[in-house]
Design a binder for this molecule. Structure first.
Ligand code: SF4
Length: 191
């Protein structure tokens, strides 16, 4: 099975994990946390199809990135093709960071899990917002260092929010921000 169902790809970002990375959002999430910031990724009917070898070729052509971050949606809903993609880019020297709404103990073995260097697990809990760690939305979510590629020094990375303005005037945000921060940003945009 080669086909991925994807929501979005950002070739270069410094807001979705350690260093500069390519970020890939999958389409479709079976976890469905109340208060999720990406409910548009829940349905499997949206998104766009892409065979994993084409995604790998695109990512490996991007210069200057140290790895790939896989976000959802729920990446493990597509563990088979995404695992092949992750294994391919990792074999080429990139690191793989994967977010999941499941907890690690409940994930069955998969090539995606085996090819992940840094796993962030657990559902988003709207009533337990994360006060300090970068990239995560709630304090229950845990970082698992599944290889020696990363360690706790990543927590010195500041939380970043990237704002891009497209030629058509559309605004794209990367990184995690609370509703209050987003409202303050949008208020500034209206002035
Ligand atoms: S796992 Fe992620 S995308 Fe899915 S509902 Fe939870 S926060 Fe949203």
């Amino acid at each position: 099975m080669e086909l991925l169902n994807l929501h979005r790809i950002v070739d270069v970002t410094a807001a979705e994990g350690p260093g500069v990375r390519c970020a890939v959002w999958t389409q479709g999430c079976s976890v469905r946390c109340p208060g999720c910031f990406n409910p548009q990724t829940w349905t499997t009917r949206g998104g766009f199809p892409l065979p994993w070898p084409e995604l790998a070729a695109r990512v490996l052509a991007v210069e200057g990135i140290e790895g790939v971050t896989l976000l959802g949606g729920e990446p493990f809903d597509q563990a088979e093709p995404l695992g092949r993609f992750a294994a391919a880019v990792r074999a080429a020297g990139l690191s793989v960071m994967t977010f999941t709404g499941h907890v690690l103990a409940e994930l069955p073995p998969s090539e995606l899990l085996a090819s992940t260097d840094l796993l962030v697990d657990g559902p988003f809990l709207a009533d337990r917002p994360e006060p300090s760690r970068p990239w995560v939305g709630s304090e229950n979510q845990r970082f698992h260092f599944l290889s020696d590629r990363y360690d706790e020094s990543i927590f010195t990375t500041p939380n970043r929010l990237e704002l891009r303005i497209a030629p058509d005037g559309g605004i794209e945000l990367n990184g995690f921000a609370t509703t209050e921060v987003l409202e303050a940003l949008l208020e500034g945009d209206r002035r």
